[in-house]
Design a protein around this ligand. Structure first.
Ligand code: SF4
Ligand code: SF4
Length: 425
């Protein structure tokens, strides 16, 4: 039985299904992480957080709610955490990365839909995941069509508010986006019963700017040759970032960076000096989707960056603002920063493609693995441009299309091995 059975029962969870979730997570973690050689000591905290995500972190959220606090569930980095934090709320990012709840979702959704969308809704339908039971409000966004439609269904099960994200980035779109964030602020104020002030919002912006800075520093250290941390560990940290308390997380990432800097000075790395350096770009990777990193890193190469919105796209760019300005001016600064996030849901999607190409150069990448979740049309079609730009820069790229099942692992392994072999020639 899980540690906090009483809390989980109060949340109305299906305990048997929840235990299966814990088993899947633990089995998968044991297969992927502890077997790595010379992991940094600073990973202890993130390992512990992973273990405690469904126990002590849930307890923290319950206690937060008991004191009158708000908890909000989001599914995309376009929803500004600062606005939720400014009312003393906690936001958790809840994209599903697991096969287990997909059968629940397929009782009402078509099977030929992105596994991330099905996994997310399935958690709610199956009462498997306590985060989905604890939140006061889900916030969806109008990014891809599958998500847009699923928010309507999710709203039948729990209050779901949808932020309209424009599809272009012209002046008109920027004005719409700003209005949307003002409406979101008003919604959060109503849900929490707390008014956002210039002081509270400025404080929240500083907290998340510090979190992004810490993550950017961690990822900058991965540019070193050899990198001082594996792609798997860096990816786990990015996933923990979706759930953990922002300030505690930032402190631990900063501590880890200190340890990694010392490793770099000593020339210590996680792999041999000439291991192929791989970048992963494409769809986001939600917990516990470690399949691709694991396959690449058990074949002798190392993943040194992720140009995904669970990777660099989450922490790129701070919010540039003046502390003494009004709430409205701060929201404008938030809107400007967030609309810069590249995502193929925009047209044209060139800024994302340019960023991918530039990152591949900056990190001295030997090859790029472009990862598409099954039935994700946005990323699948965007590949046309990404491939063209990377080829022009002389950087080899492999597109892989995957789901959350174990069935494609054999074929995926063969393709990755062949790609890595080709890079050595
Ligand atoms: S890929 Fe785009 S739509 Fe999907 S989570 Fe990331 S930013 Fe949001
Ligand atoms: S991976 Fe693609 S299809 Fe799935 S939620 Fe993100 S944008 Fe939509």
């Amino acid at each position: 039985m899980p540690e906090n059975t009483d809390i989980l029962q109060q949340l109305g969870l299906d305990l048997e299904r929840h235990c299966k979730l814990l088993t899947v997570l633990n089995d998968s973690y044991s297969e992927v992480f502890p077997k790595q050689q010379s992991r940094p000591h600073g990973m202890d905290y993130f390992d512990r957080m992973h273990r405690d995500l469904y126990s002590s972190r849930i307890k923290e959220l319950v206690e937060h709610k008991e004191k009158g606090g708000t908890v909000v569930g989001t599914f995309c980095p376009f929803v500004p955490e600062e606005i939720i934090d400014a009312v003393g709320g906690i936001s958790v990012r809840l994209e599903g990365g697991m096969q287990l709840p997909i059968a629940d979702a397929e009782t009402i959704l078509p099977s030929d839909l992105c596994p991330m969308i099905k996994s997310s809704l399935g958690f709610k339908l199956g009462k498997i995941n306590p985060y989905f039971e604890i939140v006061d409000l889900f916030i969806g966004e109008t990014t891809c069509d599958g998500k847009k439609k699923v928010w309507e269904i999710l709203n039948n099960y729990a209050p779901t508010y949808v932020v309209e994200l424009p599809q272009k980035k012209c002046q008109m779109d920027r004005e719409l986006w700003l209005k949307e964030l003002v409406s979101l602020k008003e919604k959060i104020e109503v849900i929490s019963g707390v008014k956002i002030t210039a002081e509270s919002l400025a404080q929240s912006i500083k907290v998340f700017n510090a979190k992004r800075k810490a993550m950017a520093e961690l990822h900058a250290l991965r540019r070193k040759k050899p990198p001082p941390i594996s792609g798997k560990d860096a990816s786990l940290i990015s996933q923990i970032a979706c759930y953990d308390d922002a300030q505690r997380f930032t402190n631990r990432v900063n501590e880890l960076c200190g340890e990694l800097e010392e490793r770099v000075i000593r020339g210590e790395g996680i792999v041999v000096h000439d291991a192929s350096r791989i970048m992963i770009t494409g769809c986001p990777m939600a917990l516990p989707n470690w399949k691709l990193h694991h396959l690449i890193e058990t074949t002798g190469a190392v993943v040194v960056c992720e140009d995904t919105c669970s990777g660099a796209r989450y922490f790129m760019d701070p919010i540039v603002f003046e502390e003494s300005t009004s709430v409205m001016k701060q929201i404008k600064a938030i809107a400007d920063r967030y609309l810069n996030i590249p995502c193929p849901c925009f047209t044209p999607g060139y800024c994302g493609v340019l960023q991918t190409t530039q990152m591949a150069k900056d990190y001295k990448i030997d090859g790029v693995v472009y990862y598409v979740l099954q039935f994700c049309h946005s990323f699948n079609v965007e590949y046309y441009k990404v491939e063209r730009f990377l080829k022009e820069a002389g950087i080899p790229v492999l597109r892989v299309q995957i789901d959350y099942s174990e069935e494609d692992i054999g074929q995926l392994k063969t393709r990755i091995e062949a790609f890595l072999e080709m890079l050595k020639v």
